[in-house]
Design a binder for this molecule. Structure first.
Ligand code: BGC
Length: 367
């Protein structure tokens, strides 16, 4: 049974890779050439191939590093924390000169990263901060609180909350508790929307607003679907209207949509506003069909560019460009960071944000 599951997961990952490879600039692996080796090796540890963004991140990093002559050891751990620990240890044993790590559980790599430090291998945290370790030199990411603020402000505007409209029934989802990004994003969402809960313009029929209740381990679509099903059957059986569901990730939005469909909700009639993050291809199509309302686009090409310049600087003994020295305290140090800027996307700007920038081809999304 387990092995069938594994084969299915592998097949899904392969299909996603093929799908993503056909998606214009969303992946950069098509545009680069391999430069002659410069003798330096970079280990790139990615969390999972179960979501499109990480496949793109890995492909972009590999292509851009190889174009500069680095040898790249790219590994995915399929959300298995111990597998990621082993992959990082192997990268060090195999002579990595620098490590780029997008963690699964941000506090679980302390010992592996200490080994990197002992071998003088600099570590760069990619997208997700590495917590509780002093073995991290720099952090390249998007402004994670700003992602939440964009989601909150979108809901504020669409529901006319500033104009005093409401009350609206809303439910909240957050990301994985072991991912620092999930907390930053959630803080951004609540900073904007909590005042409207306090004023009674937003009502949460389930009463579930604290992070520990609304979080979704490993950002799992299935876990989110189950929780949404429970919320619908527990609090919306008396014909109560559901106006909005705040989702922090497109994968979670798919789970929410599946639960709504299962309970008989219909797009265009009683379908709520649903948010998301990552501008995945499926989410983009869902935005165009009305099944999802918005997403937050974080251009993985820009993040990979920034991270590659950090790798280069570190390996050449130079200072990489950073733009934040205050926000990302990992409990051991405040990690010097470069924060890229996220963009809110809905039906109105799919074309300018995702097609005109060559992230997707118009035909990929049916435009
Ligand atoms: C990333 C998001 C992503 C989520 C789930 C977070 O750490 O910042 O872009 O949606 O993980 O993969």
């Amino acid at each position: 049974m387990k092995s069938i599951k594994k084969i299915l997961a592998l097949l899904t990952a392969c299909l996603m890779m093929i799908a993503v490879a056909g998606c214009g600039g969303g992946n950069a692996a098509d545009s680069g050439t391999k430069a002659p080796s410069n003798g330096k090796r970079v280990g790139v540890a990615m969390p999972t191939q179960s979501s499109q963004r990480w496949i793109q991140d890995g492909a972009n990093m590999k292509q851009k590093l190889e174009a500069l002559g680095y040898e790249v050891d790219l590994q995915y751990a399929e959300d298995d924390v111990q597998a990621q620990v082993s992959q990082i240890e192997n990268m060090i044993t195999n002579g990595a000169n620098c490590l780029v790590v997008a963690s699964i559980d941000s506090s679980a790599l302390v010992n592996a990263l200490a080994q990197a430090k002992a071998h003088n291998v600099p570590v760069i945290a990619y997208d997700r901060l590495l917590m509780d370790t002093d073995s991290v030199s720099y952090y390249a990411t998007f402004d994670n609180k700003a992602v939440g603020t964009l989601i909150g402000k979108y809901v504020e505007e669409k529901l006319g909350l500033k104009e005093g409209k409401g009350p609206y029934n809303v439910e909240f989802f957050a990301g994985s508790p072991d991912d620092n990004n999930a907390h930053f994003l959630n803080d951004g969402v609540f900073e904007v929307l909590k005042p409207y809960i306090d004023k009674g313009q937003l009502v949460v029929p389930s009463g579930q607003t604290d992070f520990d209740t609304i979080c979704t381990l490993r950002w799992s679509q299935e876990t989110a679907q189950k929780r949404m099903e429970d919320v619908i059957s527990g609090y919306y059986t008396d014909g109560k209207k559901l106006d909005a569901v705040i989702s922090p990730f497109d994968g979670i939005s798919y789970g929410i949509a599946a639960a709504l469909e299962g309970a008989g909700y219909k797009v265009g009639t009683n379908w709520p506003l649903i948010t998301g993050q990552d501008a995945e291809l499926m989410a983009t199509k869902n935005i165009l069909s009305g099944k999802q309302t918005m997403t937050v686009f974080k251009d993985t090409r820009i993040l990979a560019d920034k991270c590659v310049t950090m790798v280069q600087a570190v390996l050449e003994g130079k200072q990489p460009e950073i733009n934040d020295t205050k926000s990302y305290d990992n409990h051991k140090l405040v990690v010097p960071s470069y924060l890229c800027t996220p963009v809110a996307v809905d039906k109105a700007n799919v074309k300018s944000a995702l097609i005109d920038t060559d992230y997707y081809k118009a035909s990929d999304v049916g435009l």
